[in-house]
Design a protein around this ligand. Structure first.
Ligand code: GLN
Length: 385
């Protein structure tokens, strides 16, 4: 089609297609094992699928309420109470979203204005900065330590100004698999005390935390909970990333603003799926065993690459494992990721794309949300590289 002759000034001139789409497409073209974009390759609980069918057959096929059906918000409220000891009002403090990305975009759009600054930690998940820039805000980048991806709070203190409107905390962290500690929480409380900074908690991997560690939710700490919008994802917890259903919790004054945007962004999220999830969640066992299941998968993957030349520090949360390839090659990570997909038929995610400044840290991200058989095959390939 001939291009429309007028020039268009791009609102995101530096943004291309997300790395997850690029690498998944390459994996499929190359017929490679796809450990790039994060999604499970194992079946969903048949009972959950039957529940969706049941509610669709029962006629639950029209718009649910804008903030989500009441029964699922009540289930979520109960979960927040049991898991984090905090009470969120289903009526005014919980909203169902069309997945985590929509929730993050909506929260940023609702709360950030021209000239506001948002602190984000790099390597950062790729949807944060574009959302901030689209509303005229400025992302302020703090690089996590290259050793263990921890936060240098002295640096954070230095960049907090009157313009700081939000700090975005992603724990467990994608792409690194790091988690924040109690000490980090204490620093965050100190930095935000006495000012109006909002915390946006991206906690979509809340149920995937390993080695007996506790997920440090913003919801656990009253001083943080009352200034936080926290984002969660059913896709990650119930292995249904394609259902694009998640939710946010937060104090009513923030939620009012969130919903003002949400109602014109998607209006509401998929109805029958909400009915199904609401019934499914009544049994907490459906989500309480998820960490254990993924820890086994992490360990299978780690032992499968044990004899390889890749080096690693075990992931502490999420379903991602970073592998350091510096003993194999000094290629840029984006180049080696493409080469491994083409030559060795295994796809991963180069993590330099999640930094603001150019870095050369020689690590690739692999998703281990896979059948054991897939992980062992991947291990065999990686051991030959
Ligand atoms: N969260 C997924 C990942 O990190 C990707 C989701 C997406 O492709 N937008 O791999």
């Amino acid at each position: 089609m001939p291009a429309f002759p007028h020039s268009i000034s791009s609102k995101l001139p530096k943004v291309g297609t997300t790395i997850f789409t690029i690498m998944s497409r390459l994996a499929s073209e190359e017929n490679a094992i796809n450990l790039s974009q994060g999604f499970p390759d194992f079946p969903v609980d048949q009972y959950l699928i039957d529940l969706v069918h049941k509610h669709m057959s029962a006629g639950k096929n029209q718009y649910p309420p804008m903030a989500g059906i009441m029964s699922i918000r009540e289930q979520i409220s109960e979960k927040m109470e049991k898991a984090y000891g905090v009470s969120y009002d289903p009526e005014s403090e919980i909203t169902i979203t069309a997945g985590g990305t929509q929730a993050i975009f909506t929260a940023i759009t609702a709360l950030i204005s021209e000239g506001d600054e948002v602190i984000i930690f790099t390597p950062a998940y790729d949807c944060y900065a574009p959302a901030i820039e689209l509303v005229g805000g400025t992302p302020i980048y703090i690089q996590l330590s290259s050793k263990d991806y921890s936060i240098d709070w002295k640096q954070v203190k230095k960049v907090v100004t009157r313009r700081t409107k939000m700090i975005l905390i992603n724990t467990p962290q994608n792409p690194t698999g790091a988690i924040i500690s109690d000490k980090d929480i204490q620093e965050l409380i100190k930095i935000t005390r006495g000012n109006d900074i909002v915390v946006l908690g991206d906690e979509v991997y809340e149920h995937i935390v390993f080695d007996g560690n506790r997920h440090q939710s913003m919801a656990l700490y009253p001083e943080l909970a009352n200034r936080s919008i926290i984002v969660y994802s059913f896709g990650k917890t119930f292995h249904v990333t394609g259902w694009k259903t998640g939710y946010v919790v937060g104090p009513a004054n923030l939620m009012v603003e969130f919903r003002k945007v949400h109602q014109f962004n998607v209006f509401t999220a998929n109805g029958p799926i909400q009915y199904a999830l609401s019934e499914y969640m009544q049994n907490p066992q459906t989500y309480l065993g998820v960490s254990e299941m993924y820890q086994r998968k992490r360990d299978v993957f780690i032992s499968a690459v044990n004899a390889s030349r890749f080096k690693l520090k075990p992931s502490k949360g999420t379903y991602f494992q970073l592998l350091d390839y510096s003993a194999i090659s000094d290629e840029e990570d984006q180049d080696i990721a493409v080469r491994l997909a083409k030559e060795f038929k295994i796809a991963s995610i180069p993590i330099s794309v999640f930094y603001h400044n150019p870095v050369q840290n020689n690590v690739l991200r692999f998703c281990f949300a896979k059948e054991e058989e897939t992980l062992l095959r991947a291990g065999d390939i990686l051991t030959k590289i």
